[in-house]
Ligand binder design. Structure first.
Ligand code: NAP
Length: 261
């Protein structure tokens, strides 16, 4: 009986070591917000293909058909419900993942707000709050809620999918003031919180994906050249991979150059 137990223990040790060597038991984890379409969905696709465990979040997971298709083909994708404009929703997800390392947090979810709600003279302030709560408060709260998970990981990185529209230096006309101020604000928030995050070894990248062919840019189709989500995410991930603590809170363009604040 004793020798049977010894043989079973030895076999278990070999199996565990094999899983570790193949990377299966120790895959790095990436958490993506707004993962059901556009740039977020492509992040899920590319990180899963690289062997990451992907926590793919969506505010309406039941309707996330493309994401479910991806998850069916790749068992390392876990779909979770998350509305980044809802503080309780973020707390609930953080509670579920308490104690589990998250290597890369991709703050991707974002909205522009409807153009007719941001016309000066007839501003819709509820819509202004929606844009700010989603694009600024969401990434801030996500980063705060998942700080311990990031600090416990190997890579310790936060990506904020910002925009060149957040560059105050680039403003020459009144266009999408809600969206542009939200991206300027999210840049400022992360420029600040990069300090306490750096103390924990966590680096932040603020990255502009450029004009990308997603639902967000549907009205620009045919009017300006749009880049594919495949290319944009490949570039954003390359910047993330090379990111060092010394570069934290750099405002990157998709090509790795820096943008003026
Ligand atoms: N496309 C571009 O040219 C471009 C350029 C610069 C920056 N960006 C930035 O890139 C990011 C992704 O944009 P995209 O082009 O992929 O846009 P998109 O196709 O419109 O996708 C936006 C994503 O954000 C999600 N989302 C919106 N509000 C949310 C909330 N409260 N909670 C959780 N998820 C929410 C959407 O989910 P639902 O399906 O539930 O709405 C969707 O998954 C955004 O931050 C955007 O500002 C895009």
């Amino acid at each position: 009986m004793l020798s049977f137990i010894k043989r079973a223990c030895a076999l278990a040790a070999v199996l565990a070591a094999t899983a570790w060597c193949s990377g299966a038991a120790h895959a790095d984890t990436v958490l993506v917000t707004g993962a059901n379409r556009g740039i977020g969905l492509e992040f899920v696709k590319q990180y899963a293909a690289k062997g990451y465990k992907v926590i793919a979040t969506a505010r309406r997971p039941d309707e996330a058909k493309d994401l479910h298709e991806l998850a069916k083909a790749n068992k390392s994708i876990v779909i979770e419900k998350l509305d980044v404009s809802d503080l309780a929703s973020i707390d609930a997800l953080a509670a579920k993942y308490k104690g589990q390392p998250v290597d890369i947090l991709v703050n991707n979810a974002g909205i522009t707000g409807f153009p007719d709600k941001q016309r000066f003279g007839s501003i819709d302030y509820e819509s202004f709050d929606d844009v700010m709560n989603t694009n600024v408060r969401g990434p801030l709260k996500m980063s705060e809620a998942f700080t311990d998970n990031l600090a416990a990981s190997k890579q310790k990185k936060i990506v904020v999918v910002t925009s060149s529209e957040g560059s105050i230096a680039g403003v020459t006309s009144n266009r999408q003031p809600f969206y542009r101020s939200s991206k300027a604000a999210v840049n400022m928030v992360f420029k600040n919180i990069a300090y306490p995050l750096k103390d924990k070894g966590i680096a932040v990248a603020l990255i502009n994906p450029g004009p990308v062919d997603t639902d967000m840019m549907a009205s620009a189709r045919g009017r300006m050249p749009l880049r594919t989500t495949e290319l944009a995410v490949r570039e954003l991930s390359a910047i993330t991979e090379k990111l060092t603590l010394e570069q934290t809170a750099t405002y990157f363009n998709f090509d790795g150059t820096t943008l003026p604040w």
